[in-house]
Design a protein around this ligand. Structure first.
Ligand SMILES: NC(=O)c1ccc[n+]([C@@H]2O[C@H](COP(=O)([O-])OP(=O)(O)OC[C@H]3O[C@@H](n4cnc5c(N)ncnc54)[C@H](OP(=O)(O)O)[C@@H]3O)[C@@H](O)[C@H]2O)c1
Length: 512
C-alpha cells in the first residue's frame, strides 16, 4: 500500500486555540490579523500585544484608533460594521505591552496567566529600520526573544517567528531554507546546528557600553551606535544592523526552544497584496517603493545596482498565508524546528531590469492615473549603473554643483539647490538600499511549497503561498502601483462612528 502523505495540514488545528500575536500595528501584522479573523473562524481567542503611545496609552485604544480604522478591514466590514465590532469583541484580547520590557511590562501574575492561556505565539514585531542604533536593534530584534521564550515555557507553546530572508547576509547563490551562518567571521556552531551567539551578544553589549561612555551626549551616542551596528554587521557578514540582529534572534530561539515547536518564517521584500483582502493593499513605503517613489518624483535618475540580477519580491497576503499554514503545522504536528522562506526568486524570478521597465512604462503611459505617486510625466530615464560608476559620477556631480552654487550665490540666486537635494536623496537611498539592488543570491522556497502541498484542498484554495504563476507585469502595473498610489501614499481611513467599537475584555482583567 502507498504511504499516506497527503493533506495533513488543516485549519482544524486552530479549533478552540488561543493565539498570541505581536506586531499587529505593523504592515505584515495587520494583513495576518485580518486573514485570521476572516478565514480561520475556529480560532477561539487572539491576544494582541500592542504598546501604548502618547495619544493612545492602552492596547485597546490603539487598536481601536490605529488598527481597526485601517482599510485592510474593509472587506470584513462589508458584512456590516456592527458585525465587525462583534467579531472583534468575541475574538480579541488586548495586552498593553512593550516587547523589550521585562515580562512585556506585565505583572508576574498577568504574565503567568497569559502564558497558561496561550496555545501558539506568532512573533511579527521587529524594528525594521536598517540603520537603527545597535542597542535599540538588539533590544527589539534579539533580546526581546528571551521574553517570548519565557512566555512559552510553562506549556512548551509552539512559536512561529517572522524573520527575514536577509538573515542570510552576504552569502551568494541559491540559499536553502536552513540555518544561516556568518559569511565573514567564523563562529562556533552547536551540535544542534545553531550558532552559539551568547558570547557575541555580550561583546556587542560591551561595545554599546564603550560607545556610550565615549560619546558626549545622547545625539552623538545615537549616531555612534548606528555606525557601531553597521560596522559589527559588516564585520560578521551582514549589510545592516536590522538583518544582523534578526539573525542573532533566530539563533537564540533555536538554542532555547530545543524540543519545542519553532517555525522560522523568512519573507523576502514584502510588497502589496496579490489577491486578498483586496489586490494592491499596502501600508508605508517599503524598500523597492522608496526607490520607485524617488524616480516617480524625478529625484533619482541613476541608482547603483545590477539590472540583470533577480530581485526577490513577495506579496504580503502570501506571507500571511504562509504564517497561517506553518502555524497550523506547528499546532498539529510533532514539535520540530522548521525554516521556511517566503520568496519568489527561485520559482518565478523577476529581474531588476524588468521591474524598472514596467514602472517606467506605466509612468510614461498612465502617470495621470497616479496623482499621489507621479508628480507628472517622468521626463528623465531611470538607469541602474554599477556601484563604482555611481560613486565616481556622484563625486563629480557634487563638485560641479557646489561650484555652480557658488557662482549662483555670487549672482544672488540659489538655482541649484533642488539639484543638490536630488543628489542627497540619491545618496541616502543608495546608502540604505544598494545592497538590495545588486542581489547575488536567490532564496529557495522548496520547503514552503512542500508544506503547501501537504495542506487540505480547502486550505490550498484559501491560503495560496506560491508565486509560480504570478505575472510580474500585471502585478506591478495593475496591482502594486495602483495600490501604492491608493493606500500607501494616501491612507484610506475608514472612520468608525464614535463609541461604536467596544473592545473585548481580557479574561484576566480589563487588560494585561
Ligand atoms: N516589510 C518587509 O519588507 C519585511 C521583509 C522581511 C521580513 N519582514 C519581517 O516581518 C515582520 C513584520 O514587519 P513589518 O513590515 O510589518 O514591520 P512594521 O510595519 O515596521 O511593524 C513592526 C511591528 O512591530 C511592533 N514593534 C516594534 N517594536 C516594538 C516594541 N518594542 N514593542 C511592541 N511592539 C513593537 C510595531 O509596533 P509599533 O507600531 O508600536 O511600533 C509594529 O507593530 C518583522 O519581523 C520583519 O522583520 C518584513
Amino acid at each position: 500500500m502507498e504511504a499516506q502523505t497527503s493533506n495533513t495540514i488543516t485549519l482544524d488545528s486552530f479549533a478552540g486555540k488561543s493565539v498570541f500575536i505581536t506586531g499587529v500595528t505593523g504592515f505584515v501584522g495587520k494583513v495576518l490579523l485580518e486573514k485570521i479573523l476572516r478565514s480561520v473562524p475556529s480560532v477561539e481567542k487572539i491576544y494582541l500585544l500592542i504598546r501604548g503611545n502618547r495619544r493612545y496609552p492602552s492596547a485597546a485604544e490603539r487598536f481601536r484608533h490605529e488598527v481597526a480604522t485601517s482599510s485592510i478591514f474593509d472587506v470584513l466590514k462589508s458584512e456590516g460594521e456592527a458585525e465587525f465590532e462583534r467579531l472583534c469583541e468575541r475574538k480579541l484580547r488586548f495586552v498593553s505591552g512593550e516587547l523589550t520590557a521585562e515580562r512585556f511590562g506585565l505583572s508576574e501574575a498577568a504574565f503567568n496567566e497569559l502564558a497558561f492561556d496561550v496555545d501558539l505565539v506568532i512573533n511579527s514585531a521587529a524594528s525594521v529600520n536598517f540603520r537603527e542604533p545597535l542597542d535599540d536593534a538588539l533590544a527589539t530584534n534579539t533580546l526581546s526573544l528571551y521574553t517570548i521564550i519565557q512566555l512559552t515555557q510553562a506549556r512548551k507553546t509552539p512559536v512561529v517567528h517572522v524573520s527575514t530572508c536577509y538573515v542570510n547576509g552576504y552569502h551568494e547563490g541559491m540559499i536553502a531554507e536552513a540555518v544561516a551562518g556568518p559569511a565573514c567571521t567564523p563562529m562556533v556552531k552547536s551540535k544542534d546546528g545553531y550558532y552559539e551567539v551568547e558570547p557575541l551578544i555580550a561583546d556587542l553589549q560591551a561595545r554599546v557600553a564603550a560607545v556610550k561612555a565615549a560619546s558626549e551626549d545622547s545625539a552623538s551616542h545615537a549616531e555612534a551606535l548606528v555606525e557601531a551596528g553597521l560596522n559589527e554587521a559588516d564585520r560578521f557578514g551582514w549589510n545592516d544592523t536590522y538583518t544582523f540582529t534578526k539573525w542573532i534572534g533566530e539563533q537564540i530561539l533555536m538554542q532555547h526552544l530545543q524540543g519545542q515547536a519553532l517555525t522560522i518564517l523568512r519573507p523576502s521584500i514584502v510588497e502589496s497584496t496579490l489577491h486578498e483582502p483586496t489586490p494592491g493593499w499596502i501600508e508605508g513605503v517599503k524598500v523597492a517603493d522608496a526607490i520607485i517613489m524617488a524616480y516617480a518624483r524625478q529625484k533619482v535618475t541613476y541608482f547603483p545596482g545590477d539590472p540583470g540580477a533577480v530581485i526577490d519580491i513577495i506579496p504580503v497576503d502570501l506571507v500571511a498565508n504562509s504564517i497561517i499554514l506553518s502555524a497550523a503545522e506547528a499546532l498539529g504536528e510533532a514539535p520540530q524546528h522548521r525554516i521556511y522562506q517566503c520568496s519568489s526568486s527561485s520559482s518565478n524570478p523577476v529581474s531588476i531590469k524588468q521591474v524598472i521597465q514596467y514602472v517606467v512604462e506605466e509612468g510614461k503611459q498612465r502617470h495621470s492615473e497616479y496623482p499621489n505617486l507621479f508628480s507628472g510625466m517622468p521626463r528623465r530615464p531611470f538607469i541602474m549603473i554599477p556601484g563604482w560608476a555611481f560613486h565616481a559620477g556622484l563625486t563629480m556631480a557634487y563638485r560641479l554643483l557646489a561650484w555652480k552654487q557658488t557662482v549662483f550665490s555670487w549672482l544672488g540666486s540659489t538655482a541649484s539647490t533642488a539639484q543638490l537635494s536630488n543628489l542627497d536623496t540619491m545618496v541616502k537611498l543608495a546608502l540604505i538600499f544598494s545592497f538590495y539592488t545588486r542581489p547575488r543570491y536567490r532564496f529557495s522556497n522548496e520547503k514552503l511549497r512542500a508544506l503547501a502541498a501537504r495542506a487540505g484542498a480547502h486550505e490550498q484554495s484559501i491560503l495560496p503561498v506560491a508565486t509560480r504563476d504570478m505575472d510580474w507585469q500585471h502585478y506591478l502595473q495593475r496591482i502594486h502601483l495602483p495600490g501604492l498610489n491608493r493606500y500607501a501614499l494616501r491612507p484610506k481611513a475608514v472612520k468608525l462612528s464614535r463609541g461604536k467599537v467596544r473592545m473585548a475584555r481580557s479574561p484576566v482583567g480589563a487588560e494585561l
